[in-house]
Design a protein around this ligand. Structure first.
Ligand code: GDP
Ligand code: MG
Length: 442
């Protein structure tokens, strides 16, 4: 699949000190095949490869110290662009009620997504939400929406299978208007496959309720079928956005890439589970990461950006602010961050002088080799030992020294230097700490 293929590309490139026209060509051939295999339409692939190539043979990659990583960075950025770049949210800017029409095949996840959206609009955006089902074909469908609405904490407008979909929708709109609802979610019937009657019905519904949002709900697992379905719905209806469901499974990325290209409409949400909390805003950048594979490759992309882990940094700053002790576990995290940012020496340049001095003492110089020894020692400790270094009596120290391949003296030196740093950190004013965090983020 796409992920494993790209992983292979990166592995190959990683071994190469320099990128040449030749090995870029090889890498791009792999990317091209991978995208085709993931059901991405040929014109999309061609365009994509052309753009990546242009950037790859340009200065951006060639002049980089780590061309393999830089190429992955380019692929990541282009994938992000292909899926629309930035996140696009719901448009509710209309005279209330803002009507949202849900379209898609049977089983795509329309009813579930209706509940999820209702919950999100109510809880996060404080909207008053009404929902109605026009699915008169499956006896259980209306009851399903009622259950979902109840769980989502939104109001349900009842309907019965002997009514016409258009009449149901009109009655719901009228009710929503008279009771000052902000949003009306209209759930519709799907079919197992594209069907003329279904299309005409939803077209009639669209013409009747004039929704501000017409969301096409599609199962990400469908692959090439998702593309055909998207085309049919996009031809029949003026879609305003797409919801890609079941991304919690092992869906390939192809659907996201192609649906966007075929419809030209923004992917607005991602369904990530059967529960009503399982709805996320669709972020092209995150999807690109998913396509590139979460593990090895993504970390390479991160390396390439030399970014600090924002979450970790925040957590760390919080810890210091709250006055809770900085322990060796935090120190271990910090060492990891430092490595990501290009070694301790580059970090020391950015730190306030006072802290830099202590950090310099701590590892006895600015050699990365020394950092590795310190890491070895810290890694040989248990999390409990890192939190409570006072537990470290002679036998534990011997075990740690053996595990790290250092002497007990070195373990002792690290501990006493760490103690000094800890003291110094305690003296650090709040402002000083924030300054340091800012400096670390570059
Ligand atoms: P509809 O026919 O389009 O209304 O589809 P439903 O909302 O009834 O969903 C069909 C099935 O897909 C149900 O079993 C849902 O629980 C499931 N489903 C919907 N969205 C998701 C999702 O994002 N992830 C997972 N794992 N299952 C989902
Ligand atoms: Mg349904």
């Amino acid at each position: 699949n796409l992920t494993t293929r790209l992983a292979k590309v990166v592995k190959t490139l990683r071994g190469q000190a320099r990128l040449t026209e030749d090995n870029i060509q090889d890498a791009l051939r792999e990317v091209r095949m991978a995208l085709l295999e993931a059901d991405v339409a040929l014109p999309v692939v061609k365009d994509f490869i052309a753009r990546v190539k242009e950037k790859a043979v340009g200065t951006e990659v060639i002049s980089s110290l780590t061309p393999g990583q830089a190429l992955v960075g380019v692929v990541h950025r282009e994938l992000t662009d292909l899926m629309g770049g930035a996140h696009t949210g719901l448009n509710l800017a209309t005279q209330p009620p803002a009507i949202i029409l849900m379209a898609g095949l049977q089983g795509a996840g329309k009813t579930t997504t209706t509940g999820k959206l209702g919950k999100m609009l109510t809880e996060r955006m404080k909207k008053k939400v009404l929902t109605v089902s026009t699915d008169i074909y499956r006896p259980a469908a209306i009851a399903q929406l009622q259950t979902v609405a109840q769980q989502a904490g939104i109001e349900f407008f009842p309907s019965t299978p002997d009514q016409k979909p258009v009449d149901i929708a009109l009655a719901a709109v009228d009710y929503a208007r008279r009771h000052y609802f902000d949003v009306l979610l209209v759930d519709t019937a799907g079919r197992l496959a594209i069907d003329q009657v279904m299309m005409e019905e939803i077209q009639a519904l669209h013409a009747t309720v004039k929704p501000i949002e017409t969301l096409f709900v599609v199962d990400a697992m469908l692959g090439q079928d998702a593309v055909n379905t998207a085309r049919a719905f996009n031809d029949a209806l003026p879609l305003t956005g797409v919801v890609l469901t079941k991304l919690d499974g092992d869906a390939r990325g192809g659907a996201a890439l192609s649906v966007r290209h075929v419809t030209g409409k923004p992917l607005k949400f991602a369904g990530v589970g059967e529960k009503l909390a399982g709805l996320e805003e669709f972020h092209p950048e995150r999807m690109a990461s998913r396509i590139l594979g979460m593990g090895d490759i993504l970390s390479l992309v991160e390396d390439a950006r030399r970014g600090v882990d924002e979450e970790k940094a925040k957590e760390f700053a919080q810890k210091l602010k709250s006055g809770k002790g900085f322990d060796l576990n935090d120190f271990k995290d910090q060492l990891g961050q430092m490595k990501k940012m290009g070694g301790l020496s580059s970090l020391l340049d950015k730190l306030p002088a006072q802290f830099a001095q202590a950090a310099g003492q701590l590892q006895g110089g600015v050699e990365d080799k020394a950092v590795r020894r310190i890491e070895g020692i810290i890694n040989s400790m248990t999390p409990l030992e890192r939190a409570k270094p006072e537990l470290l009596k002679a036998s534990r120290k011997r075990r740690i020294a053996a595990g790290a391949g250092v002497t007990v003296q070195e373990v002792n030196r690290l501990l006493s230097q760490f103690e000094q740093t800890q003291k110094m950190m305690k003296q650090f004013s709040k402002g000083g700490m924030q300054k340091m965090m800012r400096a670390m983020k570059g």
